[in-house]
Ligand binder design. Structure first.
Ligand code: XMP
Length: 513
């Protein structure tokens, strides 16, 4: 089936998948490919448009990512962003140099109205910049379409050859009219009609998984969270009973969660899956005894997970593929290419080197959380499961600062349960991206009855976010917070203090470890 596609050529920037996602928001399918993809391959794909991403290099730098300039003669519209714009200028005879002043962050840009990419955009518009080099002079045949007080060529175009470029990042939220610009490129310039929907992703992925798996056996690491649930249902639709879902209760789940997962995916639930529940609490607690370093904990939990899966796989015999619900923010924050490693996400960096499977399938690897949710709804996964807040693979292990013990797990489970109950009662759960209780490793003196206590402090966290890459601290109404705090100190043994975390991401992360 022919479908409209725009491709993003990856020159090593931070926002490559974000660009792809913005194109998909225009209902046009989009994939990211390496910058050195062959012209032959591009001809096969027949994209309606190509977008060059930003990148950390200077076009003159040693080892700079450079493509051949023949790409500009293919007759396919191209949009260069940041480094991509400089590369276009450089390869076509313009001049790129180090800017006298670098521009980072919020920048006012003067738009030359009339340019195709800026249709409907205000004459002065706020854009997000991040560059040390700039285009000093556009190549012959190009018109300048935007400038800033520092940057003489913040935008340029050569409509005859369908070449367009912007120095700033239209894909990030902070570029106020960036989506209009991208839509202008994708719809008006490339001429896409926008007939792609999430169900096409679901269909294409099911087809691709079927081809890859053949008659092989597949094992799915099911945690009951949004991502692995959507991945499991997708795989079940693709390969049916060739799939076995293994749900490991590592003793680091939220209160009652193990039973809830079993009721949905187990034999009583609506899906026709092979479902195995492994109660491995003791095993995880004993591995975690004495471990306090966050990365060590994550790796340990990830590794133990895999060991449990391997054992189950051996019982099933000849398992070829392991399915995981990894999504894009997990991939980028675990360190992808030149991006910095923030933390080893359980599904990615935390995996041990030797895994006893032929291959790992990660069908959601290129999706953001809200796209995973859309895919889940397309697949008919129940709304309460798809829309539930995310829960990390290492579970409460990364919400207990310091050593994990069974006693601490119960404390954080009970506190979290009360917090979730109060948030739900107040009817504010829908507006929050993620909210949970964590157990700090701090103990402090308190007084209960007439007795001195020396107990733990629980931290409450709530953030607003849709893509989980950045997050704002949520303003929970005071009465909800104080009711929750009261209940926690009264009902949860071992806690005498409750704190509220006001940090955004960055500089914090959503989880505590
Ligand atoms: P952070 O804490 O990195 O979290 O800001 C971003 C989102 O990812 C979730 N998260 C994880 N999910 N395995 C997962 O599957 C992990 O190791 C992991 N660590 C964090 C986190 O809950 C938030 O939604």
């Amino acid at each position: 089936m022919e479908k409209e596609m725009v491709i993003v050529l990856d020159f090593g920037g931070q926002y490559n998948q974000l660009i792809a996602r913005r194109v998909r928001e225009c209902s046009v399918y989009c994939e990211v490919h390496p910058y050195n993809i062959s012209l032959e391959k591009i001809r096969q794909i027949q994209p309606k448009g190509i977008i060059f991403t930003g990148g950390p290099n200077s076009v003159y730098g040693e080892g700079a990512a450079v493509c051949g300039k023949e790409i500009f003669d293919m007759g396919i519209p191209i949009l260069g962003i940041c480094y991509g714009s400089q590369l276009m200028a450089h390869l076509l005879g313009g001049k790129v140099t180090t800017a006298p002043v670098s521009e980072y962050g919020r920048t006012e840009v003067d738009i030359h109205t009339g340019a195709a990419i800026f249709q409907g955009v205000s004459e002065k518009t706020v854009c997000w910049m991040s560059h040390t080099d700039y285009i000093e002079k556009a190549p012959e045949g190009f018109q300048v379409t935007a400038h800033t007080s520092v940057c003489p060529v913040a935008g340029m175009e050569c409509p005859e050859k369908s070449l367009y470029a912007v120095q700033f990042h239209p894909e990030v939220m902070h570029t106020a009219e960036g989506m209009t610009m991208l839509r202008n490129f994708v719809m008006n310039i490339c001429g896409c009609s926008g007939d792609w929907k999430m169900d096409s992703f679901v269909e294409t992925t099911i087809q691709a998984v079927r081809e890859k798996v053949g008659a092989g056996k597949v094992l799915c690491a099911l945690s009951g969270g949004v991502d692995s649930s959507v991945a499991a249902v997708l795989l079940a639709k693709a390969v049916g009973k060739q799939l076995t879902c293994v749900f490991v209760d590592h003793g680091l789940l939220r209160k009652n969660e193990g039973d809830e997962v079993e009721s949905v995916f187990g034999p009583e639930g609506p899906y026709d899956l092979n479902f195995i529940r492994v109660n491995a609490q003791e095993r995880f607690y004993s591995k975690l005894a004495g471990i306090t370093e966050p990365e060590q904990k994550r790796k340990l939990i990830g590794e133990e997970f895999i060991r449990v899966f391997e054992e189950e796989a051996q019982k099933i015999g000849a398992v070829d593929f392991l399915v995981q619900g990894t999504i894009y923010p997990d991939v980028i924050e675990s360190g992808l290419g030149k991006s910095a490693t923030i933390k080893s996400h359980h599904n990615v960096g935390g995996l041990p080197d030797c895994v006893d499977f032929k291959e790992i399938i990660e069908p959601l690897r290129m999706l953001f959380k809200d796209e995973v949710r859309k895919a889940g709804l397309e697949l008919g996964v129940p709304e309460n499961l798809v829309l539930r807040q995310p829960f990390p693979g290492p579970g409460l292990g990364v919400r207990i600062i310091g050593e994990v013990t069974e006693e601490k797990v119960h404390i954080v489970q009970d506190a979290d349960y009360i917090y979730r109950e109060e948030i739900a009662k107040a009817g504010i759960d829908k507006g929050l991206g993620q909210y949970f209780a964590a157990l700090t490793n701090m103990r402090s003196v308190g007084v209960m009855g007439d007795e001195r206590t020396y107990d733990y402090a629980v931290a409450l966290r709530a953030v607003c976010t849709s893509d989980f890459m950045t997050a704002d601290c949520a303003e929970i109404p005071w009465d909800v917070l104080s009711r929750t705090a009261n209940r926690i100190v009264n009902e949860v043994k071992g806690v005498n203090r409750v704190l509220y975390d006001c940090t955004s991401k960055p500089p914090g992360t959503i989880e505590f470890e």
